[in-house]
Design a protein around this ligand. Structure first.
Ligand SMILES: NC(=O)c1ccc[n+]([C@@H]2O[C@H](COP(=O)([O-])OP(=O)(O)OC[C@H]3O[C@@H](n4cnc5c(N)ncnc54)[C@H](OP(=O)(O)O)[C@@H]3O)[C@@H](O)[C@H]2O)c1
Length: 468
Protein backbone atom coordinates (compact mmCIF):
# COMPACT_ATOMS: atom_id res chain seq x y z
CA UNK A 1 0.00 0.00 0.00
CA UNK A 2 1.26 3.49 -0.84
CA UNK A 3 2.04 6.29 1.62
CA UNK A 4 1.09 8.96 -0.88
CA UNK A 5 -0.73 9.40 -4.18
CA UNK A 6 0.17 12.11 -6.68
CA UNK A 7 -2.41 13.13 -9.24
CA UNK A 8 -1.03 15.20 -12.11
CA UNK A 9 2.21 14.37 -13.83
CA UNK A 10 3.34 17.70 -15.20
CA UNK A 11 6.94 18.60 -14.44
CA UNK A 12 6.12 19.30 -10.76
CA UNK A 13 4.12 16.12 -10.10
CA UNK A 14 6.72 13.93 -11.80
CA UNK A 15 9.62 15.37 -9.86
CA UNK A 16 7.81 15.34 -6.52
CA UNK A 17 6.91 11.69 -7.09
CA UNK A 18 10.55 10.83 -7.84
CA UNK A 19 11.70 12.84 -4.83
CA UNK A 20 9.30 11.04 -2.48
CA UNK A 21 10.18 7.61 -3.88
CA UNK A 22 13.92 8.39 -3.70
CA UNK A 23 13.41 9.12 0.00
CA UNK A 24 11.79 5.77 0.69
CA UNK A 25 8.12 6.71 0.50
CA UNK A 26 5.83 4.44 -1.46
CA UNK A 27 4.08 6.52 -4.11
CA UNK A 28 1.21 5.84 -6.50
CA UNK A 29 0.66 8.19 -9.44
CA UNK A 30 -2.16 8.99 -11.84
CA UNK A 31 -2.47 11.34 -14.79
CA UNK A 32 -5.51 12.28 -16.89
CA UNK A 33 -3.62 11.35 -20.05
CA UNK A 34 -2.66 7.77 -19.28
CA UNK A 35 0.16 7.58 -21.86
CA UNK A 36 2.04 10.27 -19.89
CA UNK A 37 1.75 8.15 -16.75
CA UNK A 38 2.98 5.05 -18.61
CA UNK A 39 5.97 6.92 -20.10
CA UNK A 40 6.84 8.25 -16.67
CA UNK A 41 6.63 4.81 -15.05
CA UNK A 42 8.69 3.28 -17.87
CA UNK A 43 11.41 5.84 -17.16
CA UNK A 44 11.21 6.05 -13.36
CA UNK A 45 8.89 3.31 -12.05
CA UNK A 46 10.02 0.99 -9.25
CA UNK A 47 8.58 -0.95 -6.37
CA UNK A 48 8.32 2.43 -4.60
CA UNK A 49 6.76 4.25 -7.52
CA UNK A 50 3.81 2.76 -9.37
CA UNK A 51 1.29 4.10 -11.84
CA UNK A 52 -2.48 3.62 -12.10
CA UNK A 53 -4.78 4.15 -15.05
CA UNK A 54 -7.87 4.99 -12.99
CA UNK A 55 -8.50 7.00 -9.84
CA UNK A 56 -10.39 4.03 -8.33
CA UNK A 57 -7.33 1.78 -8.68
CA UNK A 58 -5.04 4.47 -7.30
CA UNK A 59 -7.22 5.20 -4.29
CA UNK A 60 -7.66 1.47 -3.63
CA UNK A 61 -3.88 1.11 -3.30
CA UNK A 62 -3.41 3.74 -0.56
CA UNK A 63 -2.87 3.41 3.17
CA UNK A 64 -5.56 5.08 5.27
CA UNK A 65 -6.14 7.88 5.86
CA UNK A 66 -5.52 8.24 2.15
CA UNK A 67 -3.27 11.13 1.22
CA UNK A 68 -3.65 12.43 -2.32
CA UNK A 69 -1.47 15.27 -3.56
CA UNK A 70 -2.96 17.17 -6.51
CA UNK A 71 -0.36 18.68 -8.83
CA UNK A 72 -2.65 19.83 -11.62
CA UNK A 73 -3.21 23.09 -13.43
CA UNK A 74 -4.53 25.70 -11.02
CA UNK A 75 -8.10 27.00 -11.37
CA UNK A 76 -11.05 25.08 -12.74
CA UNK A 77 -8.95 21.99 -13.45
CA UNK A 78 -8.25 21.68 -9.71
CA UNK A 79 -11.98 21.78 -8.94
CA UNK A 80 -12.81 19.20 -11.62
CA UNK A 81 -10.01 16.88 -10.54
CA UNK A 82 -10.90 17.27 -6.86
CA UNK A 83 -14.53 16.38 -7.56
CA UNK A 84 -13.47 13.20 -9.35
CA UNK A 85 -11.08 12.17 -6.56
CA UNK A 86 -13.50 13.21 -3.82
CA UNK A 87 -16.01 10.80 -5.34
CA UNK A 88 -13.77 7.81 -4.59
CA UNK A 89 -12.28 8.90 -1.26
CA UNK A 90 -13.73 8.03 2.16
CA UNK A 91 -14.39 10.06 5.28
CA UNK A 92 -11.17 11.22 6.94
CA UNK A 93 -9.07 11.01 3.76
CA UNK A 94 -6.94 13.98 2.75
CA UNK A 95 -6.54 15.88 -0.51
CA UNK A 96 -3.54 18.20 -0.65
CA UNK A 97 -3.59 20.94 -3.29
CA UNK A 98 0.04 21.60 -4.24
CA UNK A 99 -0.86 23.84 -7.19
CA UNK A 100 -0.62 27.62 -7.30
CA UNK A 101 -4.21 28.11 -6.20
CA UNK A 102 -5.71 31.44 -5.22
CA UNK A 103 -6.08 31.41 -1.42
CA UNK A 104 -9.77 32.29 -1.64
CA UNK A 105 -10.34 29.14 -3.72
CA UNK A 106 -8.53 27.16 -1.03
CA UNK A 107 -10.82 28.57 1.66
CA UNK A 108 -13.85 27.68 -0.46
CA UNK A 109 -12.59 24.19 -1.29
CA UNK A 110 -11.69 23.44 2.31
CA UNK A 111 -15.24 24.21 3.44
CA UNK A 112 -16.77 22.36 0.49
CA UNK A 113 -14.83 19.12 0.99
CA UNK A 114 -15.06 19.26 4.78
CA UNK A 115 -18.85 19.17 4.43
CA UNK A 116 -18.38 15.82 2.63
CA UNK A 117 -16.00 14.49 5.30
CA UNK A 118 -12.82 14.80 3.23
CA UNK A 119 -10.01 17.08 4.39
CA UNK A 120 -8.65 19.70 1.99
CA UNK A 121 -5.16 20.98 2.65
CA UNK A 122 -3.73 23.91 0.64
CA UNK A 123 0.00 23.76 0.16
CA UNK A 124 2.25 26.14 -1.74
CA UNK A 125 5.16 24.39 -3.43
CA UNK A 126 8.17 26.38 -4.58
CA UNK A 127 11.38 25.53 -6.31
CA UNK A 128 10.34 24.70 -9.85
CA UNK A 129 11.19 21.32 -11.33
CA UNK A 130 14.59 21.09 -9.73
CA UNK A 131 13.26 22.00 -6.28
CA UNK A 132 10.49 19.43 -6.67
CA UNK A 133 13.10 16.75 -7.35
CA UNK A 134 15.84 17.76 -4.93
CA UNK A 135 13.70 19.28 -2.19
CA UNK A 136 11.18 22.11 -2.44
CA UNK A 137 10.10 24.68 0.10
CA UNK A 138 6.59 23.78 1.20
CA UNK A 139 4.04 26.29 2.50
CA UNK A 140 1.12 24.34 3.95
CA UNK A 141 -2.10 25.63 5.48
CA UNK A 142 -5.09 23.75 6.85
CA UNK A 143 -6.46 22.02 9.91
CA UNK A 144 -3.81 21.27 12.57
CA UNK A 145 -4.83 17.62 12.80
CA UNK A 146 -4.36 17.24 9.04
CA UNK A 147 -0.92 18.83 9.37
CA UNK A 148 -0.13 16.26 12.06
CA UNK A 149 -1.07 13.48 9.65
CA UNK A 150 1.05 14.93 6.85
CA UNK A 151 4.04 16.38 8.68
CA UNK A 152 6.25 13.26 8.85
CA UNK A 153 5.73 12.64 5.15
CA UNK A 154 6.35 16.25 4.08
CA UNK A 155 9.52 16.56 6.16
CA UNK A 156 11.04 13.72 4.14
CA UNK A 157 10.86 15.53 0.80
CA UNK A 158 11.72 19.16 1.59
CA UNK A 159 14.87 21.26 1.26
CA UNK A 160 16.95 22.31 4.27
CA UNK A 161 17.35 25.83 5.65
CA UNK A 162 20.80 27.31 6.35
CA UNK A 163 20.84 25.73 9.82
CA UNK A 164 19.82 22.29 8.52
CA UNK A 165 16.12 22.53 9.48
CA UNK A 166 13.26 21.42 7.22
CA UNK A 167 11.84 24.02 4.83
CA UNK A 168 8.26 23.38 5.88
CA UNK A 169 6.10 24.64 8.72
CA UNK A 170 2.39 24.76 9.41
CA UNK A 171 1.48 28.34 8.48
CA UNK A 172 -2.13 28.53 9.66
CA UNK A 173 -5.64 27.42 8.69
CA UNK A 174 -7.35 27.14 5.28
CA UNK A 175 -5.83 29.62 2.79
CA UNK A 176 -2.74 30.62 4.82
CA UNK A 177 -0.31 28.36 2.94
CA UNK A 178 -1.40 29.44 -0.50
CA UNK A 179 -1.36 33.08 0.61
CA UNK A 180 2.26 32.80 1.74
CA UNK A 181 3.11 31.12 -1.56
CA UNK A 182 1.36 33.94 -3.44
CA UNK A 183 3.41 36.57 -1.59
CA UNK A 184 6.56 34.51 -2.19
CA UNK A 185 5.81 34.75 -5.90
CA UNK A 186 5.09 38.49 -5.62
CA UNK A 187 8.53 39.01 -4.08
CA UNK A 188 9.95 36.80 -6.83
CA UNK A 189 8.35 39.01 -9.50
CA UNK A 190 9.85 42.18 -8.01
CA UNK A 191 13.33 40.73 -7.53
CA UNK A 192 13.42 39.25 -11.02
CA UNK A 193 12.37 42.58 -12.54
CA UNK A 194 15.03 44.45 -10.51
CA UNK A 195 17.65 42.01 -11.81
CA UNK A 196 16.37 42.46 -15.37
CA UNK A 197 16.62 46.24 -14.96
CA UNK A 198 20.24 46.01 -13.82
CA UNK A 199 20.89 43.91 -16.93
CA UNK A 200 19.16 46.53 -19.10
CA UNK A 201 21.26 49.31 -17.59
CA UNK A 202 24.38 47.34 -18.50
CA UNK A 203 23.16 46.39 -21.98
CA UNK A 204 21.50 49.64 -23.09
CA UNK A 205 23.05 52.27 -20.85
CA UNK A 206 26.61 51.04 -21.04
CA UNK A 207 26.60 48.68 -24.03
CA UNK A 208 28.38 46.05 -21.96
CA UNK A 209 29.11 42.60 -23.30
CA UNK A 210 28.11 39.36 -21.61
CA UNK A 211 31.42 38.91 -19.80
CA UNK A 212 31.02 42.22 -17.98
CA UNK A 213 27.37 41.46 -17.20
CA UNK A 214 28.39 38.09 -15.79
CA UNK A 215 31.05 39.73 -13.62
CA UNK A 216 28.45 42.15 -12.25
CA UNK A 217 26.00 39.38 -11.34
CA UNK A 218 28.84 37.31 -9.86
CA UNK A 219 29.58 40.25 -7.53
CA UNK A 220 25.89 40.54 -6.58
CA UNK A 221 25.75 36.80 -6.04
CA UNK A 222 28.74 36.99 -3.69
CA UNK A 223 27.16 39.89 -1.76
CA UNK A 224 24.57 40.03 1.03
CA UNK A 225 21.60 39.43 -1.30
CA UNK A 226 23.21 36.42 -2.98
CA UNK A 227 20.94 33.46 -3.62
CA UNK A 228 19.30 31.38 -6.29
CA UNK A 229 18.09 34.22 -8.54
CA UNK A 230 21.43 36.05 -8.47
CA UNK A 231 23.23 32.80 -9.25
CA UNK A 232 21.07 32.02 -12.26
CA UNK A 233 21.29 35.67 -13.42
CA UNK A 234 25.04 35.12 -13.71
CA UNK A 235 24.48 31.83 -15.52
CA UNK A 236 21.98 33.12 -18.10
CA UNK A 237 24.14 36.12 -19.05
CA UNK A 238 27.07 33.76 -19.73
CA UNK A 239 25.26 31.14 -21.78
CA UNK A 240 26.21 30.76 -25.43
CA UNK A 241 23.49 30.33 -28.02
CA UNK A 242 22.98 26.62 -28.62
CA UNK A 243 21.32 27.25 -32.00
CA UNK A 244 23.63 29.89 -33.44
CA UNK A 245 26.50 32.22 -32.76
CA UNK A 246 26.73 34.65 -29.85
CA UNK A 247 24.89 34.76 -26.54
CA UNK A 248 21.60 33.03 -25.96
CA UNK A 249 19.91 35.98 -24.18
CA UNK A 250 20.46 38.13 -27.28
CA UNK A 251 18.16 35.84 -29.27
CA UNK A 252 15.40 35.50 -26.65
CA UNK A 253 12.17 37.39 -27.48
CA UNK A 254 11.68 40.18 -24.94
CA UNK A 255 8.13 39.40 -23.83
CA UNK A 256 7.54 37.94 -20.37
CA UNK A 257 4.63 35.66 -19.54
CA UNK A 258 2.77 35.45 -16.25
CA UNK A 259 0.38 33.01 -14.65
CA UNK A 260 -1.29 35.29 -12.13
CA UNK A 261 0.39 35.03 -8.73
CA UNK A 262 2.16 38.40 -9.11
CA UNK A 263 -1.07 40.08 -10.13
CA UNK A 264 -2.92 38.46 -7.20
CA UNK A 265 -0.25 39.80 -4.84
CA UNK A 266 -0.59 43.33 -6.23
CA UNK A 267 -4.39 43.17 -5.96
CA UNK A 268 -4.16 41.86 -2.39
CA UNK A 269 -1.81 44.69 -1.46
CA UNK A 270 -4.36 47.19 -2.79
CA UNK A 271 -7.19 45.45 -0.96
CA UNK A 272 -5.39 45.40 2.38
CA UNK A 273 -4.03 48.94 2.04
CA UNK A 274 -0.39 47.84 1.91
CA UNK A 275 1.99 49.67 -0.42
CA UNK A 276 2.69 47.18 -3.20
CA UNK A 277 4.69 49.50 -5.43
CA UNK A 278 7.40 46.99 -6.32
CA UNK A 279 5.25 43.99 -7.17
CA UNK A 280 2.81 46.20 -9.08
CA UNK A 281 5.66 47.73 -11.09
CA UNK A 282 6.98 44.25 -11.83
CA UNK A 283 3.58 43.03 -13.05
CA UNK A 284 3.18 46.15 -15.20
CA UNK A 285 6.64 45.61 -16.66
CA UNK A 286 5.55 42.16 -17.82
CA UNK A 287 2.36 43.66 -19.23
CA UNK A 288 4.23 46.29 -21.26
CA UNK A 289 6.75 43.68 -22.38
CA UNK A 290 4.00 41.48 -23.76
CA UNK A 291 3.11 43.89 -26.59
CA UNK A 292 6.38 43.58 -28.46
CA UNK A 293 5.12 44.66 -31.91
CA UNK A 294 3.46 47.70 -30.33
CA UNK A 295 6.65 48.64 -28.52
CA UNK A 296 8.70 48.36 -31.67
CA UNK A 297 6.23 50.61 -33.53
CA UNK A 298 6.13 53.18 -30.74
CA UNK A 299 9.91 53.16 -30.37
CA UNK A 300 9.92 54.62 -33.87
CA UNK A 301 7.01 57.03 -33.30
CA UNK A 302 8.49 58.35 -30.09
CA UNK A 303 12.06 58.16 -31.30
CA UNK A 304 14.28 59.48 -28.55
CA UNK A 305 17.91 60.25 -28.44
CA UNK A 306 20.08 57.18 -28.11
CA UNK A 307 21.58 57.08 -24.64
CA UNK A 308 24.63 59.28 -24.64
CA UNK A 309 26.99 56.87 -22.94
CA UNK A 310 29.79 59.46 -23.04
CA UNK A 311 28.06 61.58 -20.41
CA UNK A 312 27.39 58.66 -18.07
CA UNK A 313 29.89 58.03 -15.29
CA UNK A 314 32.44 55.35 -16.14
CA UNK A 315 31.13 51.81 -15.68
CA UNK A 316 33.84 51.08 -13.11
CA UNK A 317 32.32 53.85 -10.96
CA UNK A 318 28.72 52.91 -11.64
CA UNK A 319 29.06 49.13 -11.08
CA UNK A 320 29.31 49.24 -7.25
CA UNK A 321 26.56 51.88 -7.08
CA UNK A 322 24.27 49.81 -9.29
CA UNK A 323 25.01 46.77 -7.13
CA UNK A 324 24.09 48.64 -3.94
CA UNK A 325 20.95 50.07 -5.56
CA UNK A 326 19.92 46.63 -6.81
CA UNK A 327 20.52 45.12 -3.38
CA UNK A 328 18.38 47.88 -1.84
CA UNK A 329 15.53 47.20 -4.27
CA UNK A 330 15.75 43.46 -3.58
CA UNK A 331 15.65 44.11 0.16
CA UNK A 332 12.62 46.36 -0.31
CA UNK A 333 10.90 43.59 -2.30
CA UNK A 334 11.17 41.31 0.72
CA UNK A 335 10.12 44.16 3.06
CA UNK A 336 7.03 44.82 0.93
CA UNK A 337 6.11 41.12 0.95
CA UNK A 338 6.57 40.80 4.70
CA UNK A 339 4.47 43.95 5.27
CA UNK A 340 1.68 42.34 3.23
CA UNK A 341 1.96 39.10 5.23
CA UNK A 342 1.77 41.09 8.47
CA UNK A 343 -1.41 42.82 7.27
CA UNK A 344 -2.90 39.52 6.05
CA UNK A 345 -2.27 37.87 9.42
CA UNK A 346 -4.45 40.54 10.97
CA UNK A 347 -7.08 40.74 8.23
CA UNK A 348 -7.63 36.97 7.99
CA UNK A 349 -6.77 36.10 11.60
CA UNK A 350 -3.88 33.83 10.67
CA UNK A 351 -0.98 33.21 13.09
CA UNK A 352 1.65 33.94 10.43
CA UNK A 353 5.13 33.76 11.96
CA UNK A 354 7.44 35.90 9.82
CA UNK A 355 10.60 34.40 11.35
CA UNK A 356 9.41 30.91 10.42
CA UNK A 357 8.43 32.06 6.94
CA UNK A 358 11.91 33.60 6.51
CA UNK A 359 13.35 30.26 7.59
CA UNK A 360 11.36 28.01 5.25
CA UNK A 361 12.25 30.28 2.30
CA UNK A 362 15.97 29.65 2.87
CA UNK A 363 16.07 26.42 0.89
CA UNK A 364 14.35 24.94 -2.14
CA UNK A 365 12.39 28.01 -3.22
CA UNK A 366 13.04 30.56 -5.94
CA UNK A 367 13.64 33.55 -3.60
CA UNK A 368 16.08 31.67 -1.35
CA UNK A 369 18.91 33.98 -0.41
CA UNK A 370 21.40 34.46 2.39
CA UNK A 371 19.53 37.60 3.46
CA UNK A 372 16.68 35.44 4.73
CA UNK A 373 18.80 34.46 7.75
CA UNK A 374 18.83 38.16 8.66
CA UNK A 375 15.09 38.45 8.20
CA UNK A 376 14.66 35.34 10.36
CA UNK A 377 16.85 36.72 13.16
CA UNK A 378 15.22 40.15 12.91
CA UNK A 379 11.66 38.84 13.22
CA UNK A 380 12.67 36.31 15.90
CA UNK A 381 13.99 39.21 18.02
CA UNK A 382 11.03 41.49 17.27
CA UNK A 383 8.06 39.38 16.14
CA UNK A 384 5.68 42.32 15.76
CA UNK A 385 8.14 44.74 14.13
CA UNK A 386 7.32 46.27 10.78
CA UNK A 387 9.98 45.17 8.26
CA UNK A 388 11.31 48.71 7.71
CA UNK A 389 11.78 49.16 11.48
CA UNK A 390 14.28 46.32 11.91
CA UNK A 391 17.67 47.90 12.78
CA UNK A 392 19.69 45.92 10.22
CA UNK A 393 17.16 46.87 7.50
CA UNK A 394 17.48 50.55 8.47
CA UNK A 395 21.27 50.31 8.20
CA UNK A 396 21.16 48.56 4.82
CA UNK A 397 18.61 50.95 3.32
CA UNK A 398 20.42 54.02 4.60
CA UNK A 399 23.33 52.85 2.45
CA UNK A 400 21.17 51.80 -0.50
CA UNK A 401 19.03 54.95 -0.75
CA UNK A 402 21.74 57.28 -2.12
CA UNK A 403 22.72 54.53 -4.57
CA UNK A 404 19.12 54.25 -5.74
CA UNK A 405 19.01 58.03 -6.16
CA UNK A 406 22.18 57.98 -8.26
CA UNK A 407 21.14 55.02 -10.39
CA UNK A 408 17.60 56.19 -11.10
CA UNK A 409 18.88 59.63 -12.05
CA UNK A 410 21.28 57.91 -14.39
CA UNK A 411 18.63 55.65 -15.94
CA UNK A 412 16.32 58.62 -16.46
CA UNK A 413 19.12 60.36 -18.33
CA UNK A 414 19.93 57.28 -20.38
CA UNK A 415 16.20 56.65 -21.06
CA UNK A 416 16.39 53.10 -19.71
CA UNK A 417 13.11 51.87 -18.23
CA UNK A 418 13.64 50.80 -14.60
CA UNK A 419 10.21 50.72 -12.95
CA UNK A 420 11.18 48.56 -9.96
CA UNK A 421 14.43 50.38 -9.16
CA UNK A 422 12.65 53.71 -9.50
CA UNK A 423 9.59 52.43 -7.64
CA UNK A 424 11.80 51.10 -4.84
CA UNK A 425 13.33 54.53 -4.39
CA UNK A 426 9.97 56.32 -4.54
CA UNK A 427 8.33 53.83 -2.18
CA UNK A 428 11.16 54.22 0.28
CA UNK A 429 11.19 58.02 0.07
CA UNK A 430 7.42 58.06 0.62
CA UNK A 431 7.67 55.86 3.71
CA UNK A 432 10.58 57.81 5.21
CA UNK A 433 9.41 61.38 4.58
CA UNK A 434 8.32 63.07 7.81
CA UNK A 435 6.08 65.70 6.15
CA UNK A 436 4.44 64.38 3.01
CA UNK A 437 2.51 66.37 0.43
CA UNK A 438 -0.82 64.90 1.55
CA UNK A 439 -1.77 68.18 3.27
CA UNK A 440 -2.18 69.48 -0.31
CA UNK A 441 -4.50 66.56 -1.16
CA UNK A 442 -6.52 67.27 1.96
CA UNK A 443 -6.79 70.91 0.90
CA UNK A 444 -8.14 69.90 -2.51
CA UNK A 445 -10.54 67.36 -1.00
CA UNK A 446 -11.87 69.81 1.54
CA UNK A 447 -12.23 72.53 -1.11
CA UNK A 448 -14.26 70.51 -3.62
CA UNK A 449 -16.02 68.05 -1.37
CA UNK A 450 -16.00 69.38 2.19
CA UNK A 451 -14.17 66.18 3.13
CA UNK A 452 -12.69 67.98 6.17
CA UNK A 453 -9.11 67.83 7.44
CA UNK A 454 -7.19 67.61 10.68
CA UNK A 455 -4.67 70.23 11.83
CA UNK A 456 -1.17 69.98 13.22
CA UNK A 457 -1.70 72.70 15.82
CA UNK A 458 -5.01 71.68 17.40
CA UNK A 459 -7.34 68.71 17.93
CA UNK A 460 -10.52 68.24 15.94
CA UNK A 461 -11.89 67.97 12.42
CA UNK A 462 -12.12 71.13 10.31
CA UNK A 463 -13.67 72.46 7.16
CA UNK A 464 -12.64 75.79 5.65
CA UNK A 465 -13.98 78.13 3.01
CA UNK A 466 -10.83 77.89 0.89
CA UNK A 467 -10.07 80.99 -1.17
CA UNK A 468 -12.33 83.25 0.84
N1 LIG B 1 6.09 24.65 -12.90
C1 LIG B 1 6.50 25.25 -11.80
O1 LIG B 1 7.63 25.73 -11.67
C2 LIG B 1 5.58 25.33 -10.61
C3 LIG B 1 6.09 25.73 -9.38
C4 LIG B 1 5.24 25.73 -8.27
C5 LIG B 1 3.92 25.37 -8.40
N2 LIG B 1 3.44 25.01 -9.62
C6 LIG B 1 2.04 24.60 -9.70
O2 LIG B 1 2.00 23.19 -9.67
C7 LIG B 1 0.90 22.71 -10.46
C8 LIG B 1 1.45 21.73 -11.50
O3 LIG B 1 2.34 22.45 -12.33
P1 LIG B 1 3.14 21.78 -13.53
O4 LIG B 1 4.00 22.86 -14.09
O5 LIG B 1 3.74 20.50 -13.10
O6 LIG B 1 2.03 21.37 -14.58
P2 LIG B 1 0.75 22.10 -15.23
O7 LIG B 1 1.02 22.21 -16.67
O8 LIG B 1 0.34 23.30 -14.49
O9 LIG B 1 -0.36 20.96 -15.01
C9 LIG B 1 -0.20 19.70 -15.59
C10 LIG B 1 -1.22 18.72 -15.06
O10 LIG B 1 -2.54 19.26 -15.12
C11 LIG B 1 -3.37 18.32 -15.86
N3 LIG B 1 -4.42 19.01 -16.59
C12 LIG B 1 -4.28 20.09 -17.39
N4 LIG B 1 -5.48 20.43 -17.92
C13 LIG B 1 -6.38 19.53 -17.44
C14 LIG B 1 -7.78 19.35 -17.60
N5 LIG B 1 -8.50 20.19 -18.37
N6 LIG B 1 -8.37 18.33 -16.92
C15 LIG B 1 -7.64 17.50 -16.15
N7 LIG B 1 -6.33 17.61 -15.96
C16 LIG B 1 -5.69 18.62 -16.60
C17 LIG B 1 -2.42 17.67 -16.81
O11 LIG B 1 -2.98 16.47 -17.30
P3 LIG B 1 -2.67 16.00 -18.81
O12 LIG B 1 -1.26 15.49 -18.79
O13 LIG B 1 -3.66 14.95 -19.07
O14 LIG B 1 -2.83 17.21 -19.68
C18 LIG B 1 -1.22 17.44 -15.89
O15 LIG B 1 -1.44 16.37 -15.04
C19 LIG B 1 0.24 23.94 -11.05
O16 LIG B 1 -0.85 24.34 -10.25
C20 LIG B 1 1.33 25.00 -10.98
O17 LIG B 1 0.80 26.30 -10.89
C21 LIG B 1 4.24 24.96 -10.72
Amino acid sequence: MHDLAIVGLGPMGQNLARNAANHGLSVGVYNRTTSKMRDFITAHGSEQLQGYATLEELVGALKTPRRVLLMVKAGEVTDLTAEAIGGVLSEGDIMIDGGNSLFRDTIRREAHHRARGVHWFGMGVSGGEEGALRGPSLMPGGEPKVWDALEPLLRVIVAKDFAGGDCVTHLGPDGAGHYVKMVHNGIEYAIMQALAEAYTVMRDGYGLEAEAQEAFFAAVDAGPMGGFLTEISRIITATKDDRGAGWLLDQVLDTAGQKGTGRWTAVEALKLGVDGTLVTAAVNARVSSSDQPGRVARAEQYARQAPDTDTLPAWADTAPTLQTALEGAMLLAYAEGFALLRAAAEAYDWPLDLAEISRIWQGGCIIRSRVLTQWQAGFAAAPQAQPLALPWVVAALRTATPALQTVTALTARAAVSTPVLTGALQRHLAHTTARSGANFLQGLRDHFGAHTYQRLDREGVFHSAWGS
